[in-house]
Structures are given as structure tokens and as C-alpha cells.
Design a protein around this ligand. Structure first.
Ligand SMILES: Nc1ncnc2c1ncn2[C@@H]1O[C@H](COP(=O)(O)OP(=O)(O)OP(=O)(O)O)[C@@H](O)[C@H]1O
Ligand SMILES: Cc1ncsc1CCO
Ligand SMILES: [Mg+2]
Length: 263
């Protein structure tokens, strides 16, 4: 993991195609843009191939899925696999809604996800581990989160980012833990959606090392949130969300290096 990748990202300004959810689409677009990537969203299956051609990576977010959107995700995902563009999957709420878990599993049979980014409840569901997810939130469960993330990565032959108080990034063997962050992320809906699209942005500039790309994305978002939280005198989720966008634009690799707790 190197934070110099943030400088590369800002120099290259990669196009990130996100098939977003209806709830957080604007936060995701603004977060990507503020950091230094170039967001594009799409809702039309017929433009799938052309969209993937101009993108450096794609993020498929299941947050408000419909049958139409699933068909679009199959088309975009297949095109990205063919064109060797990294595919990031955000399996929103698959731990809470069986329909979603089935939809994600079906999608993963035809599309290879290079990175899956989810909270503990979502990764547990994909790995078929016992857990009680709650809606879009991680929910409760016990067990070794690292082993769970590794099991999911091995099952789907991909990198997994299991986010939470500690973000766990693994390719099934190697493990990177990012200990930065702030509880304010949990009060701002869509922090995870943004993380998934930032993973895509870093994957676009470092496609040959997705473990490092994902770990850098996790460190940049968690570290930036931590820097913002340190400036707030009370728990203010609205202000946090606004200042987070500003700080994603201004934060430097040197600033993040000083506070990063990564092992
Ligand atoms: N308790 C916590 N302490 C510190 N940071 C946290 C905590 N919980 C989550 N984060 C950070 O929040 C970001 C989003 O992760 P999270 O696990 O909340 O995603 P999510 O559940 O998919 O969120 P959402 O559903 O709102 O999109 C990550 O950068 C993670 O490090
Ligand atoms: C609240 C919510 N519902 C579906 S997606 C979403 C945003 C968090 O992923
Ligand atoms: Mg989420």
C-alpha cells in the first residue's frame, strides 16, 4: 500500500463508471470528483460497451437493484471482464434480504468481480458464514472477521474489502488492516458506497495490484474522515459529510501518511 497512488490518481483523473443506487448517487459522484477521479453514471443497457470502453474501472452497486438494472450490470460486468477493466461489486444488504443474495450470486456466476467491498453482514452472507445482518448495516455476529474475508476472497477468486471500525483487505492469503476511521461514517448513509467507488478509482490506476489499490482506497477514505472528525467539536453528521467532500479534495499523501495505522 502506498499513498503516492493518490498523486497518480490525481494526475491520471481516471473515469470511474458506477452503476449506483438511487439513495447515494450524488454523494458518490461528488466524492469521486473531489478526490480527483472522473465519475460517470449510467442507466441504459445499450450503452454498456461504450461506457466500459471509456472507463478505467467499473463499480456495480446493488443498493436499489431492479431486474432492468441487473441486466445492465450483467452487460457492463461482462464488457469490463472482456476489456480487462477492474470490476468492483458492492453487495448492499445481501445479508438481510435473501432476494438480493440470490441476485448477487447469480450475477457472480456470469461476471467476475475483481474486488468485493461490503460490511461484515454482506461479506458473511457471500461467504455463507453465520451472521445477523441488519438492513444496509453490518448487524451482529461473532467469529474471526479476517478468516471470513479470506473465505469470501477464496470463494470468488477476488480481493475482498470488509469495511468497519477496522477495514480488512485480503486476496484470500495476504491481509492488510486499516485501523483509521471515525464513527461518524456510520451516521452518514453511503460511506460504504463511496468507498466501493473509490476502490474502483484506485483500481483504475493500479490494475496490476488490486490488493494495494483497495488498501490505499480504504486508507484514504478512513484517514480523511478521521482528519475531518478531529476538527469537529460535537457529533455532527451533516457537517461531517460536507467537510468530508472538501477534505477529499485537499488531503495530501503526506498528511495521510502521518496518521495512517495500517498493518
Ligand atoms: N465504527 C467505525 N469506526 C471507524 N470507521 C468506521 C466505522 N464503521 C465504518 N467505518 C468506516 O466507514 C466507511 C464505510 O464503511 P461501512 O462499513 O460503514 O460501509 P457500509 O456499511 O456499506 O456503509 P453504507 O451502507 O452507509 O454505504 C469505511 O471507510 C470504514 O472504515
Ligand atoms: C439506505 C439505502 N437503501 C438502499 S441503498 C442505501 C444506501 C446505502 O447503501
Ligand atoms: Mg453499504
Amino acid at each position: 500500500m502506498t499513498l503516492d497512488l493518490l498523486t497518480t490518481l490525481r494526475q491520471q483523473n481516471p473515469i470511474v463508471l458506477t452503476l449506483a443506487n438511487d439513495v447515494t448517487v450524488q454523494d458518490v459522484a461528488n466524492g469521486l470528483n473531489a478526490l480527483g477521479a472522473s465519475p460517470i453514471m449510467s442507466a441504459e443497457v445499450d450503452e454498456a460497451e461504450a461506457m466500459v470502453t471509456i472507463a478505467g474501472a467499473v463499480c456495480l452497486n446493488l443498493g436499489t437493484l431492479t431486474k432492468l438494472q441487473l441486466a445492465q450490470m450483467r452487460a457492463v460486468g461482462a464488457a469490463a471482464n472482456r476489456q480487462h477493466k477492474p470490476v468492483i461489486l458492492d453487495p448492499v444488504a445481501v445479508g438481510a434480504v435473501p432476494y438480493r443474495l440470490q441476485a448477487a450470486q447469480t450475477l457472480l456466476r456470469t461476471v467476475h468481480a475483481d474486488v468485493i467491498r461490503g460490511n461484515a453482514g454482506e461479506i458473511a452472507a457471500l461467504a455463507a458464514w453465520n451472521w445477523q445482518a441488519k438492513g444496509i448495516d453490518a448487524g451482529t455476529g461473532s467469529g474471526d472477521l479476517v478468516a471470513m474475508a479470506q473465505a469470501c476472497a477464496q470463494k470468488y477468486h477476488c480481493v475482498v474489502v470488509l469495511s468497519g471500525a477496522t477495514d480488512i483487505v485480503t486476496d484470500g492469503q495476504q491481509v492488510v488492516r486499516v485501523h483509521n476511521g471515525t464513527e461518524l461514517f456510520q451516521l452518514h448513509v453511503g460511506s460504504g458506497d463511496l468507498l466501493s467507488s473509490l476502490v474502483a478509482a484506485f483500481a483504475a490506476v493500479q490494475p496490476q495490484n488490486l490488493l494495494a489499490a483497495a488498501a490505499t482506497a480504504a486508507t484514504v477514505l478512513a484517514g480523511t474522515g478521521e482528519l475531518v472528525a478531529a476538527q469537529l467539536t460535537a457529533s455532527r453528521p451533516g457537517t461531517f459529510a460536507m467537510l468530508l467532500i472538501d477534505k477529499l479534495h485537499l488531503v495530501t499523501p503526506a498528511e495521510l501518511s502521518k496518521i495512517a495505522v495500517v498493518d
